[in-house]
Design a protein around this ligand. Structure first.
Ligand code: SAM
Length: 290
């Protein structure tokens, strides 16, 4: 029944008026007003009745409503305490919905999953607050949680960077960091006019299929990310210059030696190297105790 769907602009306006709610720009509050996009996020996450779902930033419950209809359980994490009574009202008919009123970046997500979910099919779906998209995605990936699939709406530019391939202009440290943990794909592009209020940017839904173990074997994960960060810190520099002036405390001679052992031309730029190349560089540094 369309008349009680929260993505209907009329229903959303009614909820906002009833509760005297005012949007907070600072909290990235742009709520969805398009049923197709809501359904497509659920399709992208492949939500079914066996799934236990974490949703970050439910707002008034627009995406949650569809998730509750498809999943076994939905646990939403919302920072804005003004939205908690609203959610209790809008989703009152769904007894598989619960809320944690907290900043997702401050939560121990291992504990949250352990205390709230029982099965092995945990997924994450969200229309993320744009001011903290990357920290949220990286926190979830780096925590090695029991999550199989993530489908999140992010700013289009961020989505392009996440799924970029070596040698393209969007390829960078974020593409490698996300690609280390998961296979990333853009499921759909979303124009700015399907949100209330309308944001200044377009969006896209990215799907991350989390690998059982990271895509490459690295002997030292911290060093791996330092190598990547160094290579992209100054994009115009050659690998030799970027790595020797970066975060890994090796001099030019040592970097040259490592790259020679890896069969990588020191005059190349970081943007053409694959995740496998960065793993090789890291492991060569570790093996030679440089
Ligand atoms: N899911 C809703 C929808 O699609 O209509 C709302 C999405 S809105 C883009 C982002 C939501 O994230 C807002 O409800 C906002 O209050 C919430 N939020 C912002 N920062 C947060 C944080 N650090 N932790 C949890 N939720 C946050």
């Amino acid at each position: 029944m369309e008349e009680n769907k929260l993505y209907s602009p009329k229903v959303l306006k009614g909820v906002i008026e009833k509760h005297g709610f005012r949007f907070s720009k600072g909290l990235g509050q742009n709520f969805l007003i398009d049923g197709n996009v809501v359904r497509n996020i659920c399709n992208a996450a492949d939500i079914n009745e066996n799934d236990e779902v974490i949703e970050i930033g439910p707002g008034v419950g627009t995406l949650s409503q569809e998730l509750c209809q498809r999943a076994k359980k939905v646990l939403a994490i919302e920072l804005d305490d003004r939205l908690i009574p609203i959610l209790k009202d809008t989703l009152s008919e769904h007894d598989n919905f619960s809320i944690i009123n907290s900043d997702v970046l401050k939560l121990d997500l291992h504990k949250v999953i352990k205390e709230n979910f029982e099965g092995d099919s945990v997924k994450l779906a969200a229309n993320l607050p744009y001011y903290i998209t990357t920290p949220i995605i990286m926190k979830i990936l780096e925590s090695h949680l029991k999550i199989k699939k993530i489908a999140v709406m992010v700013q289009k530019e961020v989505a392009m960077r996440i799924q970029a391939k070596p040698g393209t202009k969007d390829y960078g440290a974020l593409s490698i960091a996300v690609g280390y943990y998961s296979k990333a794909e853009i499921a759909l592009n979303v124009p700015r006019n399907v949100f209330m209020p309308k944001p200044n940017v377009d969006s896209a839904v990215v799907v991350l299929d989390i690998y059982g173990k990271p895509r490459v074997d690295v002997e030292d994960e911290v060093l791996f990310f330092k190598v990547v960060k160094s290579a992209f810190a100054k994009r115009r520099k050659t690998l030799l210059n970027a790595l020797s002036s970066g975060f890994i405390s090796l001099n030019k001679e040592q970097v040259k030696n490592v790259l020679e052992r890896c069969n990588i031309d020191p005059k190349l730029r970081g943007e053409v190297l694959s995740i496998e190349d960065y793993a090789k560089i890291t492991n060569t540094i570790v093996k030679n105790r440089l």
